[in-house]
Design a protein around this ligand. Structure first.
Ligand code: ZN
Length: 548
C-alpha cells in the first residue's frame, strides 16, 4: 500500500537542508520511497494508492520530542514557577506518591501523547519515572503510545540512592523527625530496577516498528556506581541509548564539586559512561572542559527551554555546545514544567531564549539551529538518526503537514522561521507516523478522542483531588529545608566561563554610556569585557583541575 502526498512545499530537514517548492512524497509501507517534483505521478495513479493533495500544505519531518515525562500528564498547570528541587519535592513527593491502576496510567500517558501529536511531534522519548517500580505503570503508558500510533522510545527511569544520599546538606536543613521519615522510606533495589527494565524490554521493545524500550539512569547523583555500570553494560550490549539528567541546576553543580570533587560530566567519564550512547538531559551547569569532554566522547544532550525557564534553572551554553560539535536534541521535559507537550511552542522558546545567554548577538542561536535540534538532533539522542529526523528516501515515513493558509504563514517566507516564530501548533494539520496517518485534519485517527476525553478528565480530576493534595501535604514539612538548600547553592561562587544565570554566577553587570549593559565575570575580569578572548577557556580548565 502506498501513500502519496502530491505538490506540497517540502522542507526535507536533511543535512543539506534541501527544500522543494513543489514536490511529491511517495510512502511505501513505513518508509519514504521517493521525494521530488512529479515523483509520485505513477504511484498516485496505481490502484489502491491513497493520495493526499499537498497543494496548500508544507511537509516537514515529524518533530522529535527528545525528553518528556508522561507521568506528569495529570499535573498540567498545577504548580507555579519554582526551582527544580523544591518543585520535585511537591510534584514527586515521596510522601503520598500515588499508585495508579494500569488504566489510569494509560489515560495519563494518553493525555501526554494526544498533546504531543497535536503539538507536532511524531516521536517522543519518554523518561518514565515511577519510583515504586511496579510493572503496571509503564505497561499502561506504553500501551497508550501503541494505541495512538506515535513513535515512542520509552525509558525505564531508575535510581537506587536514598533521598538523603541524592541531595546535599540533607542532614543540616531538615529536623530529626523529617530525617527519620525520609530514612524510613522504602527503596527499590538495584536488581529490582534492572529486572523491571528487562520485563518491559521483553514485552514491548520493537512493537509495531515504533516502540522501543531504553534506559534512563535518573541522574548521576541519584544512582550508585553499580547501577550506572549495569545500565551501561545493557546499553552497550543492545545498542540502546542511555538517557540521564545531568547538571540541570546549580545545586547539582555545587553538589558534584563538594561531594564528588569533580563535575558530573567528569564523574560519568571516570565511570566509563561518557560515550556516544549517552545523552545528557539539560547540561546547563557545565564548564568549558565538560563541553570539550562531551564533544570528544560523542555524548549528546537534550535542551529543554520551556522547562528551564519555568524552573529558573538557567540558560544552557548552547552556542558553545554547538561549536564544540555536540549533537543536541530538543525536549519539552515535564508535562508540568513545560505545561503541555507542544514542540512548536518549544521551538519558539528555544529560538528566542538565547538572547539571554550572551550579550554578543553573533552568538545567539538561530531558528534553523533549533529546528535541527527538534528533528535530526533529537533522532541522534535516540541513536535513530539513520531512521528518522529528516525526509529522505529510505527513512521511516514520519512527517507533519502544515496548513499553508494558517494566519501565521502570511506572508510566507522561510517555513522554518515561521515554525520558530509565528505559527502555533494549530498549523499542524496532518501527522504521519511510520507511513500511517495518525492525525487527519486535526482529528486523531486511531483513537476515539471524544470518547476518551471524558474518561481522561475524570481520572485527572480525581488525581488532582486525591493525590496532588496528599503529595502537597506530605511535602510541607520539607519545603523550608528545600528552600534553604536552594539558596545555599546559589550563594556559592561557581565560575563556568559563561553565565547560566547572570546574577548568581559571580557575574557583575556594568553599564557603559554607549551601550546596553555588558556582563563581566567578576572572578576573571575586573573590568567590563564584552567578549572573552580565545585563550580564555584554558583558565576554566585549570580552575577545574585545581578544585579537584
Ligand atoms: Zn526530565
Amino acid at each position: 500500500m502506498s501513500l502519496i502526498i502530491t505538490d506540497a512545499h517540502v522542507v526535507t530537514g536533511d543535512a543539506d537542508d534541501r527544500r522543494h517548492d513543489r514536490a511529491d512524497i511517495v510512502i511505501e509501507g513505513d518508509r519514504i520511497g521517493a521525494i521530488g517534483p512529479g515523483a509520485g505521478r505513477a504511484a498516485a495513479a496505481a490502484p489502491g494508492a491513497t493520495v493526499v493533495d499537498g497543494r496548500g500544505l508544507i511537509a516537514m519531518p515529524g518533530l522529535i520530542d527528545a525528553h518528556i515525562h508522561s507521568e506528569e500528564g495529570f499535573q498540567q498547570a498545577v504548580y507555579g514557577n519554582a526551582p527544580l528541587e523544591p518543585w520535585l519535592m511537591q510534584a514527586y513527593s515521596p510522601f503520598g506518591f500515588p499508585l495508579l491502576s494500569e488504566r489510569e496510567q494509560y489515560l495519563r500517558t494518553m493525555l501526554a501523547a494526544i498533546l504531543a501529536i497535536r503539538g507536532g511531534a511524531t516521536t517522543v522519548q519518554d523518561d518514565f519515572v515511577h519510583p515504586p517500580g511496579t510493572p503496571e505503570a509503564q505497561h499502561g503508558a506504553i500501551r497508550a503510545y501503541a494505541d495512538i500510533g506515535i513513535r515512542a522510545w520509552s525509558a525505564v527511569d531508575m535510581w537506587d540512592k536514598s533521598f538523603r544520599g541524592s541531595l546535599p546538606w540533607v542532614g543540616k536543613v531538615f529536623g530529626a523527625a523529617e530525617l527519620a521519615a525520609l530514612d524510613a522510606l522504602p527503596m527499590t533495589t538495584t536488581k529490582a530496577q534492572i529486572d523491571l527494565f528487562e520485563h518491559h524490554y521483553k514485552n514491548w521493545n520493537g512493537h509495531d516498528g515504533r516502540i522501543r524500550v531504553i534506559i534512563a539512569p535518573c541522574g548521576p547523583q541519584r544512582c550508585t556506581p553499580d547501577l550506572l555500570h549495569e545500565v551501561d553494560r545493557i546499553s552497550k550490549e543492545r545498542g540502546i541509548p542511555l538517557h540521564s539528567h545531568c547538571l540541570e541546576t546549580k545545586l547539582q553543580a555545587i553538589q558534584a564539586r563538594e561531594e564528588y570533587g569533580m563535575t558530573f560530566v567528569e564523574y560519568f567519564a571516570e565511570l566509563g559512561l561518557l560515550t556516544d550512547r549517552l545523552t545528557l538531559v539539560h547540561a546547563i551547569w557545565v564548564n568549558e572542559r565538560d563541553i570539550q569532554m562531551m564533544a570528544e566522547a560523542g555524548t549528546a544532550m537534550v535542551h529543554n527551554p520551556l522547562s528551564n525557564l519555568k524552573t529558573g534553572a538557567g540558560v544552557a551554553p548552547i552556542r558553545k555546545q554547538l561549536k564544540a560539535g555536540i549533537a543536541i536534541g530538543l525536549g519539552t521535559d515535564g508535562v508540568c514544567t513545560a505545561d503541555g507537550v507542544d514542540m512548536v511552542e518549544c521551538i519558539h522558546a528555544g529560538a528566542i531564549m538565547h538572547t539571554l545567554g550572551s550579550t554578543d548577538y553573533d552568538e545567539w542561536v538561530s531558528a534553523a539551529e533549533v529546528f535541527r535540534m527538534a528533528t535530526l538532533g533529537g533522532a541522534r539522542t535516540g541513536l535513530m538518526d539513520r531512521e528518522v529526523g529528516s525526509l529522505e528516501v529510505g527513512k521511516r515515513a514520519d512527517l507533519i503537514l502544515l496548513d499553508r493558509d494558517h494566519w501565521g504563514f502570511i506572508p510566507l517566507s522561510d517555513p522554518v522561521k515561521h515554525v520558530a516564530y509565528s505559527v502555533t501548533s494549530e498549523a499542524v494539520r496532518h501527522s504521519i507516523v511510520n507511513g500511517r496517518i495518525v492525525m487527519r485534519d486535526r482529528q486523531l485517527t486511531l483513537i476515539d478522542e471524544v470518547a476518551i476525553k471524558g474518561e481522561i478528565r475524570e481520572a485527572a480530576e480525581r488525581f488532582l483531588r486525591d493525590h496532588v493534595s496528599a503529595m502537597r501535604e506530605g511535602s510541607k514539612p520539607y519545603l523550608d529545608g528545600m528552600r534553604r538548600m536552594h539558596l545555599k547553592a546559589h550563594a556559592a561562587r561557581l565560575s563556568l566561563g559563561h553565565l547560566p544565570r547572570f546574577a548568581e554566577s559571580g557575574a557583575q553587570v556594568t553599564t557603559v554610556p554607549w551601550a546596553a549593559p555588558i556582563v563581566a565575570l567578576a572572578e576573571t575580569a575586573p573590568a567590563a569585557r564584552p567578549k572573552r578572548p580565545a585563550a580564555k577557556p584554558k583558565r576554566s580548565t585549570r580552575n577545574a583541575k585545581r578544585r579537584r
